[in-house]
Ligand binder design. Structure first.
Ligand code: ATP
Ligand code: ATP
Ligand code: MG
Ligand code: MG
Ligand code: MG
Ligand code: MG
Ligand code: MG
Length: 268
């Protein structure tokens, strides 16, 4: 590279623009599987929820969190994952494309790399994920973002659970089930599940109803007693305040402020 460095071609480098993300904002990177409606059909995902596929998504996200320590929380459901970076992160000088593409490619390659651990069937073609980066200036904006994704998870899961009950247990065609559900409210779907399929939606697994929240926790190792930091998966409500009170470290930015220490003053 040192020979090329002074070449007459080098001016093209000046066409590059630095895309630095605004300081002091939460950085969210959201990935979403490309055409996973098709991908899930081609790979015989169980409907409405394939647990292997969700576990694989969670595994790939854990790899990302173990690599990038400035990610404080991640949230995943269906074929999507959101990664939240500390608002004071200086990762890659807050260069948006660099952060987004590293997260996306590490997630995507991990999804493929770990496929065989979750599926006995072969991967038929390479999956792809899109990515976007969004800035949220306030804690409230960040919480509303995550609430939006979890509410989406709930709405889709209630719909899909009812849809597939009508198809797989009720013998309706996909088109008939779709027609039956068009214009129905949440309460109608709960009622269909309860009265026709003896299913109480509340008893469905939290993994399906709430998605997966990955947080970092310092734990005492149960075997050797040493403390270590682990990525912990949670399947619980994050819309209510209770979650943020239980995990208050997530919103707390823990960098110390700077202070000019006078020479005359003894150090503490
Ligand atoms: P960065 O993360 O900053 O890109 P890097 O180690 O990838 O760091 P690059 O400037 O991208 O640095 O250089 C890529 C390096 O990878 C090369 O210096 C070389 O050592 C190695 N490399 C890449 N491709 C090959 C190859 N085909 N054969 C041998 N070495 C290779
Ligand atoms: P796009 O490329 O626009 O994102 P898409 O087909 O991926 O198109 P999404 O809205 O992202 O559309 O929906 C993802 C689809 O993937 C779901 O509708 C569902 O059919 C399927 N899917 C994802 N994860 C699972 C899973 N764990 N179990 C069963 N199906 C799943
Ligand atoms: Mg290179
Ligand atoms: Mg989409
Ligand atoms: Mg998708
Ligand atoms: Mg999706
Ligand atoms: Mg390189």
């Amino acid at each position: 590279t040192s020979k090329m460095a002074k070449s007459k071609f080098e001016y093209v480098k000046t066409f590059e623009t630095e895309e630095k993300l605004l300081p002091n904002c939460w950085i969210v990177v959201r990935l979403d599987g490309k055409a996973f409606h098709r991908f899930s059909a081609k790979h015989d995902f169980t409907k409405p929820n394939d647990e292997r596929a969700l576990s694989l998504m969670n595994k790939a996200a854990s790899v990302v969190m173990n690599e990038f320590k400035d990610i404080t929380l991640s949230y995943g459901q269906s074929d999507e994952y959101s990664f939240v970076l500390r608002k004071d992160t200086i990762l890659y000088n807050r260069r948006g494309p660099k952060i987004m593409t590293y997260i996306n490619s590490l997630f995507s390659s991990s999804y493929v790399y770990h496929w065989g651990h979750y599926f006995t069937t072969k991967l038929k073609y390479p999956p792809a994920f899109d990515a976007r980066v969004v800035l949220y200036p306030t804690d409230e904006n960040l919480r509303d973002y995550l609430s939006w994704r979890q509410a989406d998870c709930h709405i889709n899961n209630l719909y899909n659970t009812t849809f597939w009950a009508l198809v797989l247990k009720g013998g309706l065609t996909n088109a008939e089930a779709e027609k039956r559900l068009s214009g129905t409210l949440s309460s109608d779907k709960n009622e269909i599940l309860f009265s026709e399929f003896d299913t109480n939606y509340n008893d469905e697994p939290f993994l399906y109803k709430k998605g997966t929240i990955l947080v970092r926790k310092r734990i005492r190792h149960p075997k050797n007693g040493k403390t270590c930091v682990v990525v912990l998966p949670l399947h619980e409500d994050l819309i209510q305040d209770a979650f943020w009170e239980r995990h208050s470290e997530i919103l707390a930015v823990k960098t110390a402020g700077s202070y000019e220490w006078p020479e005359s003053r003894p150090l503490p």
